[in-house]
Design a protein around this ligand. Sequence first.
Ligand SMILES: [Zn+2]
Length: 318
Amino acid sequence: MENPTSTIDVSFLNYIKERSYKESLHIEGGIPDYAFATDYALRQKLKAIPGIYSFFKAVTSQIVPERKQKLNMNSLKVGPSQYPEIYDMTKDCARILGIGIPTVFIEHDLSVMNAYALAWEDSEPVVILTSSLVERCTPMELKAIIGHECGHIHNNHGIYNVASEILISNTLGRISFPQQVAMLLSSSITFALQAWSRAAEVTCDRAGIICCGDSAPTIRVHGKLASGAMINGVSINIDELTNQYETFRNTPVRLMELYSTHPVSVRRILAAKEFIHSEVYYDWHPEQKQPGQNLYSKQELDSRCDKFVSVLKSEKKD
Ligand SMILES: [Zn+2]
């Protein structure tokens, strides 16, 4: 019987060659070509705050190692023979973006649909999916989510992302320590971290769309996140959901979002719809290109997305 792996190229050199080729194709000035410009600009501002990096590093290195041990103890580690479908989609996302394969854990939490990445330069990247999310998403939706989390790794969101998960999103909030540390942050630093985090989410939604080769799964996920589930199997009408956005667009209520690390679902849906009409998307998926398509340049894409995502500008969709 023929060895089934005999046709697979397992040469490490070829892997490196292919990976560096991909990186050089899609990396501009040290950052991925699809990264939302506001993400980079706000991250530079964050980095410029004196002492912020060492503060975040001290907090994360205190909490994350313990967190990882708990994951190993209490959660399911995805692998080739444990949820192989999820492992394969993770492998595929990592291959497309040109990063190492992160370790994925499924965490027992039926109360909230959530996913997050713990990754920075000193630490092996880990992606966590709650059981509620795994249960309620289709395979393509899960791939969009895993691609999104791989986007955090690909864009070196690293310590800032982990800090916002710990200190603000309260993802790791079962530990009381983060809340006490969060109180030490001045409100201007908290605002800066939250504003950056919202922009970083747009970048990573784009990574998920690239990994799926389609924006529909990402858009459906945001619909599900808005409602918390697929209730009674009824699929969400995305157009109705975007119309709902019009009702708060010009009201002061929207300013509450300034306190959030994630843009509201509708803004993310609008930004995802823009991305699929951009040159940069088709640079990743030239096979989908149709003759005569009118595509946004990267600059046009980012300024259009900025209008949707920015809480203060909050312009009308067209
Ligand atoms: Zn994210």
